[in-house]
Design a protein around this ligand. Sequence first.
Ligand SMILES: *[C@@H]1O[C@H](CO)[C@@H](O)[C@H](O)[C@H]1NC(C)=O
Ligand SMILES: *[C@@H]1O[C@H](CO)[C@@H](O)[C@H](O)[C@H]1NC(C)=O
Ligand SMILES: *[C@@H]1O[C@H](CO)[C@@H](O)[C@H](O)[C@H]1NC(C)=O
Ligand SMILES: *[C@@H]1O[C@H](CO)[C@@H](O)[C@H](O)[C@H]1NC(C)=O
Ligand SMILES: *[C@@H]1O[C@H](CO)[C@@H](O)[C@H](O)[C@H]1NC(C)=O
Ligand SMILES: *[C@@H]1O[C@H](CO)[C@@H](O)[C@H](O)[C@H]1NC(C)=O
Length: 513
Amino acid sequence: MLKYLLFVFLFTQVSCQEKRPNFVVILTDDQDDVLGGMDPMKNVRRFIGNEGTTFTNSYVTSPICCPSRASLLTGLHVHNHMTWNNSLHGGCYGRTWRKLEARTFAKALRDSGYNTFYAGKYLNEYGTPSAGGPEQVPPGWSEWHGLVGNSVYYNYTISNNGVPTYSTDLYLTDIIRDLSLSYIENQTEAQPFLMLLAPPAPHQPFTPAPRHQGAFSNVSAPRHPNFNLAVTDKHWLITMPPSPLPDSMLPELDRVYRSRWESLLAVDELVADVVEALDSSALLPDTYLIYTSDNGYHIGQFSQVYDKRQPYETDIKVPLLIRGPTIPKNATDNQPILNIDLAPTIMTLAGLNAPQSMDGRSIKFNVKDDLDRKTHRIEIVGNEETERNMLVEYYGEGRDGTVDENCPWKYDSDNLAQCYPQYNCKCQDARNNTYACLRHIAKRINMKYCSFADSTDFIEMYDLSRDPYELTNVINQVLPSVKHWYKLILSQMLTCKGFRNCDNPLENPKVYG
Ligand SMILES: *[C@@H]1O[C@H](CO)[C@@H](O)[C@H](O)[C@H]1NC(C)=O
Ligand SMILES: *[C@@H]1O[C@H](CO)[C@@H](O)[C@H](O)[C@H]1NC(C)=O
Ligand SMILES: *[C@@H]1O[C@H](CO)[C@@H](O)[C@H](O)[C@H]1NC(C)=O
Ligand SMILES: *[C@@H]1O[C@H](CO)[C@@H](O)[C@H](O)[C@H]1NC(C)=O
Ligand SMILES: *[C@@H]1O[C@H](CO)[C@@H](O)[C@H](O)[C@H]1NC(C)=O
Ligand SMILES: *[C@@H]1O[C@H](CO)[C@@H](O)[C@H](O)[C@H]1NC(C)=O
């Protein structure tokens, strides 16, 4: 009897190992959730959404590419991976990162026997001469096609397994698709694989594939109640003139909105083609597909032009859709999720133990009613257990040379960034646009508390259950005890380390000590 049990035990172990799932992660660049960023993605909604779960409360640790991507890869908050901004000097592919790179979830999967494939934009500074050049292949990837530098659509260098290859006229999203299809063809059930596909869309300059130009010529940027609204209760940068933007600026906002949607159509095709390739290789049933973005985007909110880098929902909230063997189908799930949760989630699904040093937590995919799942579109209502205070950090940039000399702000040029006449000199960033927010979500709570590192210690607070467009800063309407509570949690979160501590900041002994 004992022998028999032992046999069963061993057999189970082996068969579990044989059945390790595959992963395909699609990471877009600057795709919002709030302004209808998912509307043009018919295939993504059909092949991932309808066949899986759409998460309606998915956020990023920082609304800017390089820090957000570093978080996704490592499962760490910005203050722990120390990739502060998009430049080498700010940690983007700098020395600290190159040590951390050995701790990404991809490296862990590779070490456990996965085939791993990367194609597209990586960290913004990857492959540049001062970051070590394109001959470097980051650890953890057995098949590497990383883009050198930031997102573009034409005229780019890809490091093909360390061999730089320049291309002028091949549309980057289509190249990522072709590489992906070729890779899938080479896969068998014998060895599990991980693919991370990082197309440039819908990042600036929002270039659609020629076949998609004009596809949305009748679409304009949504006029939500906060569109081109002049405000006085927000931090200094937002209140800078011109506010509101002159009407002459609005056609440009519409053009940007349309072009973003058009540039996303090639990504939507890529996803359909990848799903079809997995299906025809009989790999689809064992594959998790995860679709998300590195940060959101605003177009015209509070009289801003178009960019990310701000603490509002447009910028920090992202699409997240997951399909796979254990994921409820045709479901929506409102549990609060941060991009640092994906690394531990993928490791857990791959049968590995996510290290406690990761700050994120593994997503729980349980459904209440298993029967319901087959027949209805189900809504999982958040419960008290899903209460979470999610930390968002942003370190404002000042960039000399991006303040145009024809703008009236030159006196402070090194503290401001991206002020151009074609934007009516509306600046996009400043050193004192440095902030940390708590995005607090629970069954009956939907709050945001943001504290700015500026000369006035400015605070913004929104009750999103009553004010989804963040029109009214309620900081002066709440009880002092509430303000104190958020201030305390925020200070703990800003120094938190590891899953237990970042999930339960008040258990940190420092509060009582
Ligand atoms: C999901 O819903 C869509 C539209 O309601 C339907 O066409 C599709 O068959 C459903 N898929 C599953 C797997 O239930
Ligand atoms: C790519 O570079 C070529 C040669 O320098 C130039 O003619 C072309 O306009 C560039 N294409 C884009 C989309 O920038
Ligand atoms: C797939 O295998 C073929 C033949 O070995 C090889 O030429 C090709 O580069 C592989 N594709 C990828 C993306 O690895
Ligand atoms: C734009 O045109 C397309 C195709 O002609 C149509 O399906 C869509 O409903 C239109 N959208 C708007 C906002 O008018
Ligand atoms: C990026 O961060 C580094 C380190 O904090 C800082 O020195 C640098 O000025 C920042 N870059 C910009 C453009 O603000
Ligand atoms: C923020 O920085 C700008 C540019 O240096 C400066 O003019 C402004 O007074 C600062 N505001 C606050 C509130 O710190």
